[in-house]
Design a protein around this ligand. Structure first.
Ligand code: GLP
Length: 274
């Protein structure tokens, strides 16, 4: 996999990458582009720029199908912190996605296990996700796949760890008791089944997860290390998220920065463990 360290905003980088990837794919109604989407604060800028691209008619969502990664269990979809609300606010209400092309897991389904099967089947029926974009949790979770989740997991009901609930309490008036205890999430196997992956880490709070990805072989203890098993995976990180890099990766980054100090980004190949 590759690690791209960027000096420009990760949101701008990711939005431009999504736009270019969809444009090059040249989607049609018979052959739509299938885009996997995340939530979280890291990707707010990315959505703002995607909205601008759509407004300026630089990006057309009409032949795009979206699948979100996850949703809290039990939150009404119109709750301001549900991922349904987040997505409407940040993207769906502003672009020309067709309503029948928008897929999100239903965290209020009466049969959650059946809902997970329905969601997984819906992804398969489209032929699979072309590009799955994701953020990462401080403990290395991807979507809501917490540490210990098997790499072959599919869409499932996940128990959120205390650290994830604490990290997300800021969205619930800092009141831990309001943070849902469970979520529906695509599995790590679902994510790895996508044709391409772009995960994003910004800020020092993600530095420990990034250094584990870089220095460790794939291990369920750090779910993001599964990205190393995918042939077309990128971790996009800002400089703050790289402050704890060590070993070969640190040497590679220092050398790349010295060789081209004015570059907007530096690309590291993580095939060799540090
Ligand atoms: C939640 C989401 C994850 C996301 C993470 C990071 O836990 N389920 O998919 O990656 O938040 O959030 P933030 O970008 O706010 O740090």
């Amino acid at each position: 996999m590759r690690l791209i360290v960027t000096k420009i905003s990760v949101g701008l980088w990711a939005a431009a990458y999504i736009k270019n990837t969809i444009t090059q794919f040249s989607p049609s109604l018979e052959h739509p582009f299938v885009l996997g989407l995340p939530t979280g604060s890291t990707v707010l800028d990315m959505y703002a720029i995607l909205r601008t691209f759509a407004k300026e008619r630089l990006l057309n969502f009409q032949q795009v199908i979206t699948f979100n990664m996850d949703e809290y269990v039990g939150l009404p979809i119109d709750h301001p912190q549900s991922y349904h609300s987040y997505m409407r606010r940040n993207l769906f209400d502003h672009v020309n996605l067709l309503p029948e092309h928008i897929f999100m897991p239903d965290g209020q389904a009466s049969d959650l296990v059946q809902e997970c099967t329905r969601y997984e089947n819906a992804i398969m029926q489209t032929g699979g996700v072309d590009l799955f974009v994701g953020g990462i949790g401080r403990n290395g979770h991807i979507a809501f796949n917490e540490p210990g989740t098997p790499f072959d997991s599919r869409t499932h009901v996940a128990d959120l760890t205390p650290s994830t609930r604490e990290a997300n309490a800021r969205f619930f008036q800092n009141d831990l008791s309001r943070v849902p205890r469970q979520a529906l999430t695509v599995g790590i196997g679902t994510i790895l089944g996508s044709k391409e992956l772009l995960f994003i880490a910004a800020g020092v709070k993600k530095a420990a997860a990034v250094t584990h990805l870089v220095t460790q072989p794939p291990t369920p203890s750090w779910p993001l290390t599964a990205l190393k098993l995918h042939p077309r995976a990128t971790l996009l990180a800002d400089l703050d998220a790289c402050v704890l890099l060590s070993g070969n990766a640190k040497t590679q980054l220092d050398e790349a920065m010295q060789a081209d100090p004015h570059a907007e980004q530096w690309i590291l190949n993580l095939e060799d463990p540090a």
